[in-house]
Design a protein around this ligand. Sequence first.
Ligand code: 5AD
Ligand code: SF4
Length: 453
Amino acid sequence: MEVSLCSKELDKLFPKGRKAYIHSFGCQQNVSDGEHISGIVQALGFSFTDEEDDAELIIYNTCAVRETAETKVLGHIGALKALKQRKKNMLIIICGCMTQRKEMQERIKKSYPFVDIVFGTNNLKLIPRLISRRLSEGKRIFHSDIGTQIEEGLPIVREDSFKAYLPIMQGCDNFCSYCIVPYVKGREMSRRPQDIIDEAEALVKNGCREITLLGTNVNSYGKKEGYDFPKLLKAIDELDGDFFLSFMTSHPKDCTKELIDVVAQSRHICHHLHLPVQSGSNEILKRMNRSYTVEKYLSLIDYARSKMADVSFSSDIIVGFPNESDKDFADTLSLIEKVRYNALFTFIYSKRSGTPAAIMEDEITHREKAVRMNRLLKIQQRISHELNSEKVGRQEKVLFDSYDSENRLAVGRTGANILTLSQTDTDVTGKMCLVTIKEAMSAQIKGVIDIIY
Ligand code: 5AD
Ligand code: SF4
């Protein structure tokens, strides 16, 4: 009803047709939400454009996890001023984690008067209603309530047909002391297992070759509702077909041996665990409110290795948490040497107002933090190179996602998410292939395709 009403109003405003430009900043969860935004916008009669200049509707789906993410979004919003002056009827919507923060809504209200609609998280279904209100009432709209229910049944336009993000839960109850996510995404909520399994089954039937189950903390899946993550994984793994199954993000405090056993015994689940450790210092972990110790973390890594000889790991690390000492940082480097991750996602600590860490004393300069980050990255580069070099001569299963016919170059990723290049005359986009690795660098491997499935 709301969709058809809104479409009629949009028909009047844009009688010659309408295009939308949608951009999601930040994490995979946002990319997934962006696919639902596209679905809703398509139902409202928009087609899509990659050029902001060409659009009648611009939507930025924003991120708040670090200050740099917000600065980037604000820069993009500022650049729309001139465009809106030229195209008076154009609609600009800003949504997502950044605009769930009251102070950011206020800032947009004051400094960016050309923005039409602002809303936060878990409220995508409101888009048609908010557009209708903007058009009929003429006032700018600032919706600040966080959605408190999982949004089921939203339309979707996926970015790829052969790989898919599949959200299973949202929100976070952990309140790590540095993190803004629990404040902007709200409490943990899980989708029903059967809804997820049905969606996974339909994806595989339609030729999808990679499913990534998404959640802020997938290991908490169903804790409140009485469901169980290992059981869900197992059920999806039992689907027939040739596909990679992976999941992110896992919190080490909730990652169980049972879960690792399911991965080890599976048919489709990649032998890869993204297990964000954040720091290798017990003192810092305590102040981060992470609820595990380095020893407990390493025992999980050892257990996974004992069950899967070929398992690989990746992690998130925060460098320069308030008053991180030289010794704390040395402990992080030592942990990295022990685990030997095949990839790391590294961040310099960013102060987020409203979080407990924001009022912690911090005497470490930004310059010192940057020096530490460079040291860490150098060590990680060496380790990634060493691990990739061990793959030379071995076969890896790779899902290719693009092909450059001019250079005869196919680009894809292994189940452990390692960038893989292959010279071939065949366009293997969307195909699962067996590749013999011939050359290794720190950030990618190169190989020859033996079998195309
Ligand atoms: N500063 C730096 N990095 C952060 N992360 C979350 N909050 C912050 C912050 N305030 C990182 C963590 C998390 C990843 C998604 O972002 O490493 O795992
Ligand atoms: Fe943030 Fe911690 Fe929740 Fe992850 S588990 S989203 S780091 S509060």
